[in-house]
Each structure stands twice: as structure tokens, then as C-alpha cells.
Design a protein around this ligand. Sequence first.
Ligand SMILES: Cc1ncc(C[n+]2csc(CCOP(=O)(O)OP(=O)(O)O)c2C)c(N)n1
Ligand SMILES: [Mg+2]
Length: 431
Amino acid sequence: MLHAADIGIGLARAIRAAVSGRPGGVYLDLPAKLFGQVMNADAGQKSLVKVIDAAPAQIPGPDSIKRALDVLKSAKKPLIILGKGAAYAQADDAIKAFVEKSGIPFLPMSMAKGLLPDTHPQCAGAARSTVLKDSDVVMLIGARLNWLLSHGKGKSWGDAPKKFIQIDIEPKEMDSNVEIVAPVVGDIGSCVSALLQGMGGNWPAPPADWAKAVQSKRDDNVAKMAPRLMNNNSPMDYHGALGVLRTIIKERPDAILVNEGANTLDLARGIIDMYKPRKRIDVGTWGIMGIGMGYCIAAAVETGKPVLAVEGDSAFGFSGMEVETICRYNLPVCVVVFNNDGIYRGTDVNPTGGKDVAPTVFVKGARYDKMMEAFGGVGVNVTSPDELKRAVNAAMDSGKPTLINAVLDPAAGSESGRIGNLNPQSVLKKK
Ligand SMILES: Cc1ncc(C[n+]2csc(CCOP(=O)(O)OP(=O)(O)O)c2C)c(N)n1
Ligand SMILES: [Mg+2]
């Protein structure tokens, strides 16, 4: 924008670009030349633009809806994958009605968790590898076949032939990595409503053996995990610490959960059930560390709800100084730093044999809680799940800015968390 009189229209254009179609960030350039300009305040007021219908409905073609329903109906082992696009769309009722009417198992991507509760009988979150491998028709709703879903092919998708139906607001998303036999382009709310209508009154349930197989796999996995989540080991492992946080979110489903790290991210995503839409915000598609404190601040200010951040110690370091901002505005944010003395683990040894620690290892016994105290917030150091539970509950009750240094066993994590298969180290070990 080069002229003060254009600020109104420039902002309107930026807002429209940010929220219509596939939403996203917009860069608005205000060059130095603009700063020295003056204009009459009344004229300035008049130059502001009201953005009418900033994210207009994009109605899908009726033939695309029919094609998608025909493919879905032909499935023996159907699966629905909900992505964060489905959460952004804020079409929660329609999505819930569609999933329930279809009777199809669903898998939520990280930030779609809670669109339907993770404890929903159709949720296949705890049977992820089974449903990816064995399904024959997969309907993607606001989810993309990017690296998070192994591009829709390869080992994790198994040998069974698959057909993909994809619902997305962005037409270019279709056929990104595999063939999409039934593309449905439009906004998620309009698409899902059209699908619901097209299903009519007597939509057949998916074959019972499929639903049963998914359910029993899920129940097995949940039962296997349960005792690990109840351990009270000190120093803590990830499961003991996350078992506690899982219960806290269950009891406080309105809280916003912020999450970043490697093991801290992957394990929290799997273990902490979400119950309401858009309550979980994390590193997103590209796994970017450093989003944590900014997200906490924005979520607290925007929603007025308590925020719980579950942070790896490395991840926290990327934006940790923002605890000052949290204290300055007295925000109801509780940051739990999973302090395992490093990136993935705190036990790595310097491979060159020098006297410096390994590049993945941090200062042992660091006290992140002291950072919060430095700005007048509450700092707590905890070494067991029981202590962690008490400290988090106190923070969530009081709404005071709090940082809990949760001492984790430095040997508890694994390299790269759950994506160790992408490490050259792992490839070498296999050889
Ligand atoms: C901006 C950015 N830099 C670097 C990385 C690489 N990276 C992935 S996870 C991670 C930190 C993992 O350590 P931590 O947060 O302590 O989690 P832990 O596995 O120890 O629980 C890093 C640096 C990244 N994802 N983003
Ligand atoms: Mg760590």
C-alpha cells in the first residue's frame, strides 16, 4: 500500500484473501513512504471498507456429489479421514450428522481431533494403522494426502487397492499424489450438507464385519495402553505424564491444548483425547517448532478460555521468552515443559568424542520454572505424575500464568519421536 487513502481497501483485500477459499496468512506491505502520510480523520473513517461475505459459500456440483456417494456406497471397508480443513469450516453439526449417518469409522488428523469426540464409538484413532492398511474406499474431508498421510501410498496404506474420494475447497488439491476417483470441490459445510441430503433416508450401514474389526482393534490398543498411562514413575516417562494430562483435558474439555515437540508431540497427540472442535492447536502440516507461546497468547486472548501447553524442552526454547508476554497480560496459560534434557533424549553422546555435549543434549537439570518466576508468574518443578496433576489443576483453577518444569527420564524418548523411519540413522541400523 503506497497511499494512506488505500489502507481501507488494502486491508479489505487482505482479509478476503486470508479467509476465503483455502484460508491462510497474507503479507501486507506497508512501506516507509506510507508512514509519514497524513489525511483527514473523517476521510480516513470513510475510506474503511466493510468486507461483505468474506468467505462466500462454494457450492459443489450435484454430479460430483452423486459420484462420491456412488463410490462410498460400493465400499466394503470404508474410512473417513477428517482434516483440519473440516475443523476450520466450522460445519460441526453437518459433519457429525454425516459421519453418524454413514456409520463409517473415522480417523481425525491432529487438528481435527474433537470435531467428533475421540471417544466416539466410530473413532478409529487407536486403530490407525489397521484402517489405513485395510480400507478400500477412503473419503478425505478437508484432509490432504501429504506426507502426514504418506502421500496416500506405500507400506502404511497396505496392498489392498484403494479408491479415494476427496472433499476440498481447493480444486488443485485433487490428484496431488494419487488418483482421486471422486473429487468434490466446494466449502466443507456445503459439500457435507449436500452429501447428507443425497444419502436420503435409508443409507446402508457399512458391512458389520468391518466395523467390528476396527472396533476390536481399537479396544485392544486402548486396553494395552491403559496401564502404561497410570504409572506413577519418578522421573516420569511420557506415558505417566501424559496419562495425567489426558484426564485433565477430559475434565476440562473447553480448555485449549497447545502442543509441540517430537516425542512430546507425537505421544500427546495419540494419548490426549479431545472432546470439542478446534481445541487442539499444534505444529501443523510442517511440524514447525516455535509456535507454542504465540498460540497460547492468541488462544487465551481470543477465547478467554484456559490454555494448557504441552511443550518439549527444545520446542519451548524456540519461543520461550514469550512467557514474559503471558505474564505481562496475566493470561490464563499453563505451560508444561517436558524436560528430558534434550531433543528426543538427553542421553546422546558427542559422536566426535570432544568435551562438548552432543548437539541434541541440553543443560542437565535445567529449571524452566524459574523463567516464569522471573516475570511474576507461578513456577513449579515436578518429578512425578501425582505432582504434575496437582500443579496443572491448581494452575487451571487459578488462571495464573504458570510454568511447570516436568522432569522426564532423559532416556524415555526415541529419536525423532514417531517418525524415526525418516532418519538416516534408522536406515543404517536396518542394513
Ligand atoms: C523450526 C524448526 N526447527 C527445527 C525442527 C526440528 N525438530 C523437530 S522436533 C524438534 C525438537 C524435539 O525436541 P523436544 O521438543 O525436546 O521434544 P522431545 O522429543 O524431547 O520430547 C526439532 C528441533 C523443527 N521441526 N522446526
Ligand atoms: Mg526434549
